[in-house]
Write a protein that binds this ligand. Structure first.
Ligand SMILES: *Cc1c(COP(=O)(O)O)cnc(C)c1O
Length: 380
């Protein structure tokens, strides 16, 4: 008899997660390399101290003050469209991973289907697995863009109750055009499904690309997921949130654990939101650094996916694991993720990116730098 008595389909599976290695240049989990300032840290500490005086009590289950602050923050993306996001439309949890798991708990389950389009975020099928939801994978085009007609056809055929669509996509960096979101909202809405646009990296998107938030007033079945983990420089705070129709929030309330968001988390996130301009202050620098590294990698003869995010997918290497290991030997940690032959590098400080370029130059001159033979690319 096998011990412990884990569910059959989980037996032998590895937990999800990038290696947490202690190396000088960590460019593998898409964090903002610039941490909060002393002033922001002081404000967080003071807010958490105040919360600590009432830690004998459970937190505000409805995290009202935080939802108000998040709604105000989101409304900056919708003023141009002439409306604001209300606290009744906002829900937060411990990272957007928890938000999306809650969506699957409420809207997935046995007899239901969820889907996304690969290559994409590898956590999505895990939410489905953990909620006993059938999982269907569609595929992106060769250039990682979404073939909207093919996506719509798959959605119409499979009728998933939840479609998870990141924009920009991870690990490719590809943003969705707004008309694509609208088409897929209609396709899912036609039979009563939800379209979840995961905007974890939206703050890094190109100028002029609207957020999916603008479509909320016209599409009841649209959910926009956000996080404070990336551009907002608060990955350690574990705070994700969504904006959607209040009826969708009522369904989430049924499945959420009691008091899921601690007083400490709420206090820290509220304090961080007061420092939003400062925490987001490096976003433009990171975008420029991203565009520079794309240009540089292409100049080295590498293939690079266009990116609207704070990371870049590049390749293709004959043996990407050897390339990844060789970079690590130079003290640079990138992510081995995505289709065969590709690697993903997160955008760090100028010094970190210089170290990445130096290490890459060195490794490209060795066997670990060998690029994929075009003949074998066809089968990749
Ligand atoms: C990093 C990331 C998230 C955010 O996860 P948190 O749980 O909020 O830290 C969500 N979606 C995608 C696609 C991501 O890459």
């Amino acid at each position: 008899m096998d011990f412990p008595p884990i569910r059959e389909e989980l037996r032998g599976l590895e937990p999800y997660g990038a290696p947490q290695l202690d190396v000088p240049v960590q460019l593998n989990t898409n964090e903002n390399p610039y941490g909060p300032s002393e002033a922001c840290a002081d404000d967080i500490a003071a807010s958490v101290r105040e919360a600590a005086l009432t830690l004998n009590r459970y937190p505000d289950r409805e995290h009202v003050a935080l939802r108000e602050a998040l709604a105000a923050y989101l409304s900056r993306d919708t003023v141009a469209a002439g409306f604001s996001i209300t606290p009744e439309q906002v829900w937060a949890a411990n990272g957007s991973n928890e938000v999306m798991l809650q969506l699957l708990q409420a809207f997935g389950g046995p007899g239901r289907t969820a889907c996304s389009f690969a290559p994409t975020y590898s956590m999505y099928p895990e939410y489905a697995r953990d909620t006993l939801t059938r999982w269907v994978t569609g595929h992106r085009a060769e250039d990682f863009s979404l073939d909207v007609d093919a996506a719509r056809e798959l959605i119409e055929a499979e009728q998933p109750s939840v479609v998870l669509l990141p924009s920009p996509n991870n690990p490719t960096g590809t943003a969705l055009p707004p008309d694509a979101i609208e088409v897929l909202c209609k396709a899912t809405g036609a039979y009563g499904g939800l379209l979840v646009v995961d905007e974890a990296y939206t703050e890094f998107r190109r100028e002029g690309t609207p957020s999916a938030l603008e479509l909320l007033p016209t599409h009841r079945n649209l959910v926009v997921s956000r996080t404070m983990s990336k551009a907002f420089a608060l990955a350690g705070g574990r705070l994700g949130y969504l904006a959607a129709d209040p009826a969708i929030l009522d369904a989430i309330r049924v499945v959420r654990l009691p008091y899921h968001l601690s007083s400490v988390t709420q206090a820290a996130a509220l304090a961080a939101l007061r420092h939003a301009p400062e925490l987001l202050g490096k976003v433009d620098d990171l975008r420029r650094e991203r565009d520079d590294v794309v240009t540089w990698l292409r100049a080295q003869g590498l293939e690079v996916a266009d990116s609207d995010a704070n990371f870049v997918l590049y390749g293709r290497f004959e043996d990407r694991h050897a390339h990844w290991e060789a970079l690590l030997a130079h003290g640079v940690l990138v992510r081995e993720v995505g289709p065969a032959g590709w690697l993903r590098v997160s955008i760090g400080t100028p010094e970190e990116m210089a170290a990445f370029r130096d290490a890459t130059t060195a490794v490209l001159a060795t066997p670990a730098g060998t690029l994929m033979d075009p003949a074998t690319e066809e089968d990749a």
